[in-house]
Each structure stands twice: as structure tokens, then as C-alpha cells.
Design a protein around this ligand. Structure first.
Ligand code: FAD
Length: 593
């Protein structure tokens, strides 16, 4: 990371909300149980409205959404888009005063789960439209902009898109080359550049487009990313490729766009001038939360099918469900699916409770659910054997669709490095201050004392207060892992200091541990609430068994990650890759030499 990238990261991730999020506190070895126990409940106001909405949506999906035809024809029919718009799905989270349903993130996630269970393309279309396409308008739009654009977007009369990625700016979004130059006489911006792979790009009527523009800053004039509302009728808007052929999510239109002196009125600047990257990150938090819901929907469907098949398919004169290696898959899948569900709605609940900062939680959710869905689909196909290979079963389509989840809206590698580094940063500031203070311990006694007090917290195992005695063991074990995690972070920081951001294999272990801590928190909290609400605990027996298994597996993962922070093969692993990619040997020759 160079100095400019560090400055940008500080500005983007740490200059905003001040209340440290639940997941960020874990890096200090602190477990703020008031934020996660009891498990969030759906908003009271939606208790009657939501079941009716979901039931209408379910009927519509079963009558109108044909995922195979959508995949085969690489298009989502207009009647599906209109139908989703008519029932309000396309504007569910838009406030009522702008034509939407003002429904919660919980309700939106439940709906997206239902849609993705049947058709991933349709769910991605809605994600691109609502979770990211129009989200900046809802969050950052002026009153005038909201009144002008949102009512049509809420009903689906207009479709939204979010256009950030460029040929040379994929993960490195700060490197976008599209430029917006202000023309003071016409009070317009002239945007020139190319955008790549914009979902809904060729069918959208309203696009949130990112471009760099000159901004006055305390350090002088700088090129900074700004968001603009763009419509395809603006002079200079070109669709270079309306619908690229692709592996999965084939129903969505993934477009390449070109702007040649695209004239955008100054009133179409969305959010603060130069505040586009922060806006993108906030918007993507919503997209990533939606990924949680859509991956969960597909995963639950796959697990149901796998269990059914394992029970009915007989080989060696017995159901294949009776073989240990099939049982292992089914148990792992059920455990993962339960954790996906619990983590999705924990995160949605945080958003509904107006959490100031949930970027780490959203990133964890996205990485965890996308990886878990991939594992579940792999095992489902294995349980189905040869049958899964034929297109009369949905699994090959689902697998093609699911491949995008690990890449889109932040690749999982970049997200893992982010989860590791962003979580550690605040702890790092304290460690750095303490190390500087140690050079003059007498003068800095107060600062050192504060550091020691803060760190003594790490030596205590946090108490995690669950109501059910059935979960005391898991809660204790989780507390122990939170403490171990909180102790490992300063050790790493003292050893590597700022270089830690380049130690991606270590960041990955930290991220994997953080993912396991957050997801087990969700599982334990959800189980605790389910047990409390159940008249007979037997009624939640399946969930309890799956959830407890998930916790045990996740604890083992944490132990393995933390246990290999200081003794591992990372150096050797990177050296092999360096030989091949930095030209020590020059090429990969395989074994035929
Ligand atoms: C079907 C589809 C729909 C899309 N829809 C949209 C959309 O609507 N709007 C939009 O703006 N974009 C969209 N995208 C773009 C998507 O967000 C990018 O593909 C994604 O951000 C990754 O960028 P990239 O593909 O250029 O990969 P690259 O950035 O080139 O990364 C390639 C590989 O290198 C790894 N890598 C890169 N940097 C690092 C790092 N620092 N550390 C470790 N590993 C790293 C990545 O993890 C990945 O494995 C879409 C993409 C697809 C495929």
C-alpha cells in the first residue's frame, strides 16, 4: 500500500461514524451482547403486512418466474419485471412519501431470499436496481432529486443501475478513469470514459455513475470520485455492448457503456462533490447484505433437495442417506444454511435498528454466505451424482449463477483483506501510540496506563449472557474465542506494525476468525430466541442440532487460524508463487520436462 492509498483508506473507512460496530469491537476482545442478544425481531408494524406480501410474491414467482427459460433465453421477460414492480418489490425499501413501501431491511431480505430460491438472475436484477442502483438516491439524494426520480423507480416504470467498474478499475475502484469536467457557462458536467459490466446497464433509465472530477480540498485541487445521476437520453451516452454472453446470471443484462462528453446537469450531482467513494462503499453495504439473503435462499432450497434425494435414492439396497459420507455432507450443509440464515437476519436487524456502521458485518455476511452457498451446491451436486450433471435438474444452473457471488460487489479476497485490516486498524492505533509512548514512559505514563487498562479487558473472557442453559456451553466457548482473538491482534500488530496490511495470508486468518465469531454469535443468539419462544424445545430440535454443530466447527476453525498466525507455511507459499509470477523460473512447465 503506498502513502496515497493509506491516506485514502483512512479517509474512507475511519473518518465517518464514531460508534464502533459490534464486529469491530471483537478485535478488542470485547463482546457487546446488548447489541446482539436477544436476536432482532421483525418490525412490529410489518407483522401483518409482511406475511401477506410474501405469500403474494410466492404465488407470483411460482406462476410467472421460469428460471430455466430466463437462463436459456438470457432475458427476464417484461411481464416478470412489471409484475414485480406492480406488487411493490422494486420499491420495497423506498420511503412511502416517494412512492415506495417503506419496508424494513428484514422484509426486503425475506423477499429477496424467496426470489433467489427460485431464480438468481431475477434476484440479481432486483439487487442491481434497488440495493445499489437507486440506493444512493435514497441515502444521499436531495429532496428535489428524490421527488423527481424515486416514484418511477419504486414502481418499476423506471429501472436503476449502479455503474462503477471500468476496464482498469475492478477491485481498485479508486483508479477509475472516467472524468467529469464542469462547464460553468452551461452548468453541466461533461463526462467521458468507459464503464464495464454494469448490471441492467442497457435497460436502465436511471444510472448512478461514478466519475472523477476536480474538487477544492484543504490540500488544493484534487481529482476525486463523485456520483452522478445519468439517463440514457443524455447526449453522449452509448451502449457499447447491451448484453454480454456469460456463464451464469444469464437473465441479467450486463452491459458495457461509453460516455463521450456526456452532458449531465449540475443538479444531477448525487451526494457531496468528491464524496463518491464513500457513497459507493455505503451503497455496497446494502448490496452485500442482499447477497446474504439471496445466497441463503438458494442454499436452503439446495439443502432441502439434497435431503430429499438422499432419503429416496437407494444404492447397495439402502438409502444413500444412511452412508456416513453422505450424512457428513447433509449435516455440514444444514449447519451452514442455518448459520447463513441467522447471520443474514442479524445483519438486517442491525440496519433496521439504524446502526451507524455495519460495513464489517455486511462484508462478513457477503463472504461467508457466498462461500457457503458454493460449498452447499458442490455437495448437493455430489449427493445427486450423475443426475446433477443434466440440465433437467436446476443445480448446474444454480452453480453457474452462484459463481458470481464470490466476485461481484467486492471479490472475496479483497473483502477478506478488508475484514482483517479494517477491524485491526483501531486496535493498531492504540498499539502504535503505546509503542511510541514507551520511548518516554514517565512522560507518557497516563497514556500507557490507559492502554494497559484497555488491554486488561482482553485477558478476561467476556460473559455472553444467553437465557437457555442448552446454550451455555456454546456461549462459554464463544467467549473464550473472543478473548483469544482479542489477544492475538495486538501480538500481530506489535510484530508487523504497519506492514500487516501486506500480510494477506495473516489477514485472511484474522478475517476467517472474525467471520466465525460473528456467525456463531448470530447462531447462538438466534437459537436462544427460538428456544425462548418455543413451547416445547423439541420443536426447534433440528435447528438446535444444526446450529450447535456449526458452532463447534467454527470454533475449531478459529483455533486453527489463531494457532497458525506465527507458525505457518506462508513464506514458502508466497515464494512458490513469486518464482512463477516474478520470473525466477519464468514459466509453468507442468511435469513433462
Ligand atoms: C456478472 C457481473 C455483473 C457485474 N455488475 C456490476 C455492476 O452492476 N456495477 C459495477 O460497477 N460493477 C459490476 N460488476 C463488476 C464487479 O464488481 C467486479 O468484477 C469486481 O469488483 C471485481 O473486479 P474485477 O473483476 O476487475 O477483478 P480484479 O480486480 O481484476 O481481480 C482479479 C482477481 O485478483 C484478486 N485481487 C484483486 N485485488 C486484490 C487485492 N488487493 N488483494 C488480493 N486479491 C486481489 C481478486 O480477488 C480476483 O480474484 C459486475 C461483474 C460481473 C461479472
Amino acid at each position: 500500500m503506498d502513502a496515497e492509498q493509506k491516506r485514502l483508506a483512512e479517509e474512507l473507512f475511519f473518518s465517518g461514524p464514531k460508534k464502533t460496530s459490534f464486529a469491530k469491537l471483537l478485535y478488542f476482545g470485547f463482546f457487546d451482547d446488548r447489541r446482539v442478544i436477544p436476536y432482532p425481531t421483525p418490525p412490529e408494524a410489518e407483522k401483518e403486512q409482511l406475511p401477506a406480501f410474501l405469500s403474494r410474491l410466492e404465488s407470483f414467482i411460482s406462476a410467472e418466474v421460469d428460471p430455466d427459460a430466463i437462463d436459456r433465453n438470457a432475458t427476464i421477460p417484461d411481464r416478470v419485471i412489471c409484475g414485480l414492480g406492480d406488487m411493490g418489490l422494486l420499491g420495497m425499501t423506498i420511503p412511502r412519501e416517494y412512492g415506495g413501501l417503506s419496508m424494513s431491511q428484514y422484509a426486503y431480505c425475506r423477499s429477496m431470499e424467496l426470489l433467489a430460491r427460485s431464480c438468481a438472475s431475477s434476484a440479481l436484477f432486483v439487487n442491481a436496481h434497488q440495493s445499489i442502483g437507486l440506493k444512493a438516491l435514497v441515502l444521499y439524494g436531495t429532496e428535489e432529486q428524490k421527488r423527481k426520480w424515486l416514484p418511477d423507480l419504486a414502481t418499476g416504470r423506471k429501472i436503476g443501475a449502479f455503474s462503477l467498474t471500468e476496464p482498469n478499475a475492478g477491485s481498485d475502484v479508486a483508479n477509475i478513469q472516467t472524468r467529469a469536467v464542469f462547464d460553468p457557462d452551461r452548468r453541466t458536467y461533461r463526462i467521458t470514459g468507459r464503464k464495464q459490466w454494469t448490471t441492467n446497464g442497457s435497460i436502465a433509465h436511471v444510472l448512478t455513475v461514478m466519475a472523477k472530477t476536480e474538487v477544492d480540498t484543504p490540500e488544493g485541487k484534487q481529482q476525486k470520485v463523485t456520483a452522478f445521476i445519468v439517463t440514457p437520453d443524455m447526449p453522449g451516452f452509448r451502449v457499447l455492448a447491451p448484453a454480454l454472453e456469460k456463464v451464469g446470471m444469464r437473465g441479467t443484462k450486463t452491459a458495457n457503456l461509453g460516455f463521450e462528453n456526456l452532458e449531465v446537469p449540475a443538479e444531477n450531482v448525487l451526494g457531496p462533490l468528491g464524496g463518491g467513494l464513500r457513497l459507493c462503499l455505503t451503497v455496497l453495504d446494502y448490496g452485500r447484505t442482499t447477497f446474504g439473503a439471496t445466497c441463503t435462499g438458494a442454499a436452503k432450497f439446495a439443502v432441502e433437495q439434497a435431503i430429499r434425494h438422499a432419503r429416496s435414492r437407494e444404492q447397495f439396497k439402502r438409502p444413500i442417506a444412511s452412508f456416513g459420507l453422505v450424512k457428513q455432507k447433509i449435516a455440514n450443509m444444514a449447519a451452514l444454511a442455518y448459520a447463513m440464515d441467522a447471520t443474514t437476519y442479524m445483519t438486517a436487524g442491525m440496519i433496521d435498528e439504524d446502526a451507524e456502521d455495519f460495513m464489517l458485518e455486511a462484508a462478513i455476511l457477503k463472504v461467508f454466505t457466498s462461500d457457503a452457498l458454493w460449498t452447499i451446491l458442490y455437495d448437493t451436486m455430489q449427493i445427486y451424482g450423475g443426475r446433477s450433471f443434466f440440465t433437467d435438474q436446476p443445480f448446474e444452473r444454480m452453480m453457474r449463477d452462484a459463481r458470481l457471488n464470490m466476485i461481484g460487489e467486492g471479490s472475496n479476497e479483497v473483502m477478506r483483506a478488508f475484514i482483517g485490516a479494517v477491524g485491526m486498524r483501531d486496535v493498531g492505533v492504540g498499539v502504535q501510540d503505546a509503542m511510541t509512548a514507551l520511548r518516554r514512559p514517565i512522560r507518557n505514563a497516563r497514556l500507557l496506563y490507559q492502554f494497559l487498562v484497555a488491554n486488561s479487558r482482553r485477558l478476561r473472557r467476556p460473559r455472553i449472557r444467553v437465557r437457555s442453559p442448552l446454550l451455555h456451553a456454546e456461549a462459554n466457548e464463544l467467549g473464550r474465542r473472543v478473548k483469544n482473538f482479542g489477544m492475538a491482534i495486538p501480538r500481530l500488530l506489535v510484530k508487523y506494525q504497519e506492514d500487516i496490511v501486506e500480510k494477506q495470508l495473516l489477514l485472511d486468518r484474522i478475517a476467517t476468525s472474525a467471520i466465525a465469531l460473528y456467525t456463531t454469535t448470530a447462531v447462538i443468539s438466534r437459537l436462544d430466541s427460538q428456544i425462548a419462544a418455543a413451547a416445547d424445545v423439541e420443536t426447534v430440535g433440528d435447528d438446535l442440532a444444526a446450529g450447535k454443530l456449526y458452532c463447534r466447527q467454527a470454533f475449531a476453525t478459529i483455533d486453527s487460524c489463531l494457532g497458525s498466525l506465527f507458525r505457518n507455511l506462508d513464506g514458502q507459499v508466497e515464494a512458490v508463487a513469486d518464482r512463477l509470477t516474478r520470473g525466477v523460473s519464468g514459466e509453468f512447465r507442468g511435469h513433462n520436462t
